[in-house]
Design a protein around this ligand. Sequence first.
Ligand SMILES: Cc1ncc(C[n+]2csc(CCOP(=O)(O)OP(=O)(O)O)c2C)c(N)n1
Ligand SMILES: [Mg+2]
Length: 421
Amino acid sequence: MPDETIPVPAPTTQIPAHAPQQVPAQQTVTGEAAAPSARLASPDAQQVIAGLRATSEGGADLVQLLTPEGQRVGDPRFENYVADIGVAELQGLYRDMVLVRRVDREANALQRQGELGIWVPLLGQEAAQIGAGRAMAKQDMAFPSYREHGVAWCRGIDPIELMGIFRGTDHGSWDPRTVGFHLYTIVIGNQCLNATGWAMGSRLNGRVGDRNGEATVCFFGDGATSQGDVHEAFVWSAVYDSPVVFFCQNNQWAISEPLERQTRVPLYQRARGYGFPGIRVDGNDVLATLAVTRWALEQCRTGNGPVLIEAFTYRMDAHTSSDDPTRYRLADELETWKLKDPIERLRVNLVRSHEVGQEYFDELQAESDGLAARLRSFVQAMPTPGPERIFSEVYADLPEELRRQRDTHVAFHASFAEVTG
Ligand SMILES: Cc1ncc(C[n+]2csc(CCOP(=O)(O)OP(=O)(O)O)c2C)c(N)n1
Ligand SMILES: [Mg+2]
């Protein structure tokens, strides 16, 4: 579809129920007169409930192509971006989601059994990640946080390559340039600056301008939007028209902090303040996420970046295996989101609208079991890296001083091993 037929998502004036209805004229308020704004900073219980309801429902601006009941719905703005997706492609997207969920659950179990030091679950965010990941082209570059196992899968990274990070033996064993997927970033929001720099480079090197142009996708969370790094990335990307899709997975929580503590406007609306389009998509709808990300990437490739996508989703498990979400959120909330499960809605669609038979699901189950078994045996057999490993792959030519330290370090380990047997 030509660019000009795709309207930039219309700006909306929708504000959550608990936000002030009118922006007061600019003024300096001190003493007692400051009380109303102080009250706004701590909404009462009713306001909190209204706000949470507004966020859990996604609002009228949510782009959706597949309802939670598995029904295909139209959207004239994005329909054509998935016109090529027939039943075989839908099955492919379903397979991706099932397999990454299986990897996620197996890794979670491995952590519980002491084989991994920590695990960061993606449960519930499969559609957001597979939709975005499958929208990307070979020449594109992704900058993930630490939860993007589904995007890694789409970039062709074998899940076993993620395991060293969580076993504490390496920082990821893939070459970011070859696969177009940067190493995981733990420092919240920091990868947005890296992504901005990369995207500015694409533009300055003349690799933007037509549909084969290069684009960058930056993945981050709702909590990250409160970081200064993200603000700076938005400013730099905007003023340099950088081809970067800021893909925010709003999973409603930043560890134990709810979205309500990050923002008073829906996150996608923030883009307006920086001067680029922002759009909210149902992040549990793989088809809508694929369509919206394809649109955003096209904008970037053709020189109309950046774009902010807010993928409205939910973290169905703990923040990490070190976290206990029952301490800060109600079980009801999880139950509500289970009804919007990204995998189940596509399964229902495949069965009811495309008459996909049980055989397909059985085969996928067997494939998924095989993948989990391979992951498990790989992790159980993972060797402990040698003492020289911390010195390798940092310098092309190791400086003399570090070479000396490495030799001492290696010799110490050898003598220690001799003593301890
Ligand atoms: C700069 C920085 N501050 C604090 C932390 C600790 N921390 C780790 S994850 C996290 C919450 C991030 O939430 P969000 O951006 O919503 O991503 P999610 O984990 O939900 O995917 C925090 C505060 C950190 N890693 N880096
Ligand atoms: Mg979050």
